[in-house]
Design a protein around this ligand. Structure first.
Ligand SMILES: [Zn+2]
Length: 579
């Protein structure tokens, strides 16, 4: 269905002075207050509350340091919220929790998601379930009627491929439903949006508007904009949206963490935290309100403004880490914005879009490395991936990789000759297993039978020793980690299609899939010493589930695994069913 990154909804553009004021620092202050590290300022989220706890009578699985599966039947948690031992017995003063034979697994770490757009979705029009344009129009009509006070109608989740439309949606498609207010609906992948005529007029988009660099205004035969804007052209309209308040941003974080805890996620790497997001995460972490660890990737703008001041390996007992910067090199495959070395197989005049000039990419990667930050660069097409590999290569020659475990986000279509460069440069491939099964209806149309061999190529990467950190790219794809593991292991969708799996030779083993969502995701976030598996000294972040992903009954699939309990830092943060 989809691929790639969501574009975060607009957030307030804070000047450095505003940011400092919001942080309670005098406007004239030269630097932000340093964030103290480690457990010294452990938030109230952590700890069992009443002494040690033994969760017993469980079918527990964790990973050894070498990444092998280890089973256990009980886990002892110390009062400070850390694992004290496995297969332990209750001593005096230990509270006992009966797991009733349920499966206990390390908490899931989504290595690439979008907290802010995921949280915003709760109040926006969600078109992700629509099967036709007509269904989407009905949903738009109902949403607009139910929200008469909204000055802008916004939503996301459409996919013209699923709709069988054979074209992008148009302003006229929306005008017949809403013509009194601006409407802006982003595609499921966040790499295109469709505006109605009011919104296009407000944004001043006409036939005379040139395509911005790295973006495309879809036009009819006469050169008039049809309504769909791709990648960097989206900003023409999205920049006109009313900015959310800090309270809106806070609500988005709280909604997102509640929903993510419920699907077993205890850690997330947020692929785009701006200054407002950083402020909110910091405040929530400090207050002990976060129930999910966040490894925040600063946007380039936030990094440029405050990167030197906000860097931290651990804030509030490992609840927040800020040491990564997100960049984009290209767009996505579904909207043909992914940059390819050769033209699209289904669009011979098109090689996709670069969202940044190669020289500027090189400059930014080098600046990130020099500041001691990890880089995480979105690359979907084989040209996009090659440019990022080249940028790392050049930067490493100048300043070394500094042991920062740099990342390529998605690494979706990689030229076969370039796959070995991931190992040579010691890069992490941050991939989304569900993208393979979401995209299988169009990916081969886009790139043809040869290039597809280097697409979603988990086996080739794993076999050469490259670490894959798995995520979902929520809300682009389903946030369910067990759906990701199902796709990783079977290369099929929920219905088990196609039989035998889509290019099944690239599948992961069940243990590799678990690793990629736990220990290796933690490694990619430089957090493998504190989370990612259950061993003494690490935080007691775990889930209890209703199915055993390593021993599934014949009539059940891994994606059906349900979460019954979620614990973070030795404390239960969610209860979702009977044990
Ligand atoms: Zn993304």
């Amino acid at each position: 269905m989809c691929e790639a990154c969501a574009t975060p909804p607009p957030t307030p553009t804070l000047t450095r002075a505003q940011l400092l004021r919001l942080l309670g620092v005098g406007v004239g202050a030269a630097v932000l207050p340093a964030l103290p590290g480690g457990a010294a300022q452990a938030a109230t989220t952590h700890g069992t509350g009443r002494g040690p706890v033994l969760v017993e009578n469980v079918r527990g699985y964790t990973l050894t340091r070498k990444g092998r599966l280890r089973e256990f039947s009980s886990i002892l948690i110390s009062a400070n919220g850390k694992v004290a031992g496995l297969d332990a017995h209750a001593g005096r003063g230990v509270r006992r929790v009966n797991g009733r034979g349920r499966v206990l697994l390390p908490g899931m770490h989504d290595a690439h998601g979008h907290l802010w757009s995921y949280g915003a979705l709760a109040s926006e029009l969600d078109l992700s379930g629509t099967r036709t344009l007509a269904e989407a129009q009905q949903a738009l009509a109902a949403y607009a009627a139910a929200n008469p006070d909204l000055t802008w109608v916004t939503g996301r989740g459409w996919n013209q491929v699923i709709w069988g439309l054979g074209r992008f949606p148009t302003a006229a498609d929306l005008d017949v439903v809403v013509s009194d207010r601006p409407v802006w609906l982003t595609r499921v992948d966040g790499h295109a949006g469709v505006a109605n005529s009011v919104a296009l007029a407000l944004a001043g988009v006409t036939r005379d508007t040139p395509d911005p660099a790295g973006g495309q205004i879809i036009r009819d035969a006469d050169g008039n904009p049809t309504g769909t804007l791709v990648d960097n052209a989206m900003g023409l309209v999205s920049s006109k949206l009313p900015a959310p308040t800090i309270e809106d941003v806070r609500q988005r974080a709280l909604i997102a963490q509640q929903k993510l805890n419920a699907v077993g996620i205890t850690s997330v790497s947020d692929a785009g935290t701006d200054a407002a997001g950083y402020l909110v995460l910091r405040e929530l972490a400090q207050a002990g309100t976060l129930t999910m660890r966040v490894n925040a990737f600063l946007t380039w703008d936030a990094f440029s403004e405050v990167g030197a001041d906000v860097r931290t390996d651990s804030f509030a007992a490992d609840m927040l880490r800020v040491r990564t910067v997100k960049l984009y090199v290209d767009g996505a495959l579904g909207s043909r914005g992914a940059a390819l070395l050769q033209p699209y197989s289904d669009d011979p005049a098109n090689t996709g879009l670069l969202r940044i000039e190669p020289e500027e990419l090189d400059r930014r990667v080098l600046a990130i490395l020099r500041q001691g930050y990890q880089a995480a660069v979105h690359a979907i097409g084989d040209r996009g991936n090659r440019l990022v590999l080249d940028a790392y290569d050049k930067a490493f020659r100048k300043v070394g990789d500094r042991g920062l475990r740099h990342r390529i986000e998605h690494a979706q279509v990689v030229a076969l000759d370039d796959i070995r460069r991931f190992k040579k440069l010691d890069l992490i491939a941050s991939m989304q297993p569900v993208h393979a099964t979401d995209d299988m209806n169009m990916a081969e149309d886009r790139v043809g039978p040869e290039r597809i061999k280097g697409a979603y190529a988990w086996r080739k990467l794993l076999d050469q020793g490259t670490v894959i950190a798995s995520g979902s790219d929520f809300p682009v794809s389903s946030a369910l980690p067990f759906e990701g593991m199902h796709a990783a292991v079977t290369r099929t969708d929920r219905e088990g299609r196609p039989a035998g799996g889509w290019y099944s030779e690239e599948a992961m083993t069940p243990v590799e899939a678990l690793r990629s969502f736990t220990l290796d995701a933690a490694y990619a976030a430089h957090q493998e010493r504190v989370i990612g598996s259950l061993e003494p000294g690490k935080w007691a972040d775990f889930v209890l589930t209703d199915l055993d992903p390593f021993c599934l009954p014949a009539n059940r699939a891994m994606w059906q695994t349900g979460i019954l309990r979620t614990w973070v830092g030795g404390r239960q943060v969610g209860e979702y069913g009977d044990l």
